[in-house]
Design a binder for this molecule. Structure first.
Ligand code: PMP
Ligand code: GLN
Length: 378
């Protein structure tokens, strides 16, 4: 048997979390909250379970949830997204990403991926027989050279993937970036896959944004989102994909056969919970307070803190402490100091090392304080 993914190993998130558990370290590596979800939400799931909503949901998702997603687009972006023809509920963002790529990538197609990149993109492209065309962005600005992007687009370019706000950099695309992206798409046959799982986690007064606000991208983009981030419940694996009707029809041809539908009572619970928009409009305040605490506290350390405009990640440069490469330093931090982080190098296909580590700040104040105490002593 010949492996279809001969080079694929355990993800950096699994590796670092396993090491954190082994060494009983404070786990700021894999991105997940360490506090409880809102009991109102778990009560709603119980309610729908007990009411007997335990059979298949419609393939595209429960209508009540698709209506709420549509209402959220109206409220936040003043966009009219049709619940029946333009939204599909998925088993997390990962399945939505996989399904978009499966629906559009033919063997031999090229896909442009900006690095540092979330780990699932390249593996999925490879599995589908596509070719990853990486564009390397570098710390601390991770600026995109749009001329370079344009120069990498050709007749075989099927898809461009963006992740905004970006995991792991915490960067948000500027209005100029979006305009330039639209220009590149317009001059090509490519579609856009915009991973917007951190859409609502934006700080310093930055408004949530979606590429669907751009008229051209509204026609050519798939947008992917995750309730794992929105509801502090990464284990529920419910997300959604939004695209214009013709694109969504192609998406559903695949979705129908790789999952068909996702957990019914949780969809109903989320739909009811989203009726109160405060539940997601509060997210920037909630997370910015955590980010600001860490940024301030780490001014009193030897780490250099990079700016985080969005996501629940903060990057630290450790050049003043060690000249070890990221992976090695990250393991040392776990083994010697009991703090687990993620090396940014893991988001580059060639392991590009810049002496940065990613910390997840979706943690209770107590956890952040414990981490700060350790990090200030290093
Ligand atoms: N995209 C990005 C950029 C992510 O960070 C994550 C998860 N943290 C996902 C997709 C996957 O989301 P989900 O857990 O809903 O599958
Ligand atoms: N997206 C999460 C992160 O960036 C990890 C998800 C996973 O473990 N696959 O930390």
């Amino acid at each position: 048997f010949q492996s279809k993914l001969p080079n694929s190993t355990a993800s950096i998130f699994s590796v670092m979390t396993a090491l954190a558990v082994k060494h009983q370290a404070i786990n700021l590596s894999q991105g997940f909250p360490d506090y409880a979800v809102d009991p109102q939400l778990t009560d709603l799931i119980s309610k729908y379970l007990q009411q007997g909503f335990n059979q298949y949901a419609p393939m595209a998702g429960m209508p009540a949830l698709r209506e709420q997603i549509s209402a959220k687009f109206k409220r936040v972006h003043d966009l009219d997204i049709h619940a029946d023809s333009e939204i599909t509920v998925t088993a997390g963002a990962t399945q939505a990403l996989f399904t978009v790529m499966s629906a559009v990538i033919h063997a031999g197609d090229e896909v442009i991926v900006f690095e540092p990149a979330y780990d699932s993109y390249a593996v999925t492209i490879e599995l589908l027989g596509g070719k990853v065309v990486p564009i390397r962005l570098t710390a601390p600005d991770y600026r995109i050279d749009w001329q370079e992007v344009a120069s990498k687009v050709n007749a075989r370019t099927r898809l461009i993937i963006v992740n905004n706000p970006n995991n792991p950099t915490g960067k948000v695309l500027s209005a100029d970036d979006v305009a330039q992206l639209a220009q590149v798409i317009q001059n090509s046959n490519a579609l856009l896959l915009s991973d917007e799982v951190y859409e609502h986690l934006v700080y310093d007064g930055i408004a949530p944004q979606t590429v669907l606000s751009h008229p051209l991208l509204r026609e050519r983009a798939f947008v992917v989102a995750s309730f794992g981030k929105l509801l502090h419940a990464t284990g529920w694996k419910i997300g959604y994909c939004v695209a214009a009707p013709q694109l969504m029809a192609e998406f559903r041809k695949v979705h129908q056969y790789n999952v068909f539908s996702v957990h019914t009572p949780t969809q109903l619970a989320i739909a009811e919970y989203l009726e109160d928009a405060e539940h997601y409009l509060n997210l920037p305040t909630f997370f910015q307070q955590k980010r600001d605490y860490l940024v301030e506290a780490l001014q009193h350390s030897r780490f250099e803190v990079a700016q985080s405009q969005g996501t629940y990640f903060l990057n630290l440069n450790y050049r003043a402490i060690s000249d070890k490469p990221e992976q090695e330093f990250a393991v040392e931090l776990i083994e010697k100091h009991g703090i687990a982080t993620i090396p940014i190098a893991a988001f580059y296909h060639d392991g590009h090392n810049q002496q940065y580590l990613r910390l997840c700040f979706a943690k209770k104040q107590e956890t952040l304080e414990q981490a700060v105490q350790v990090l200030q002593q290093i």
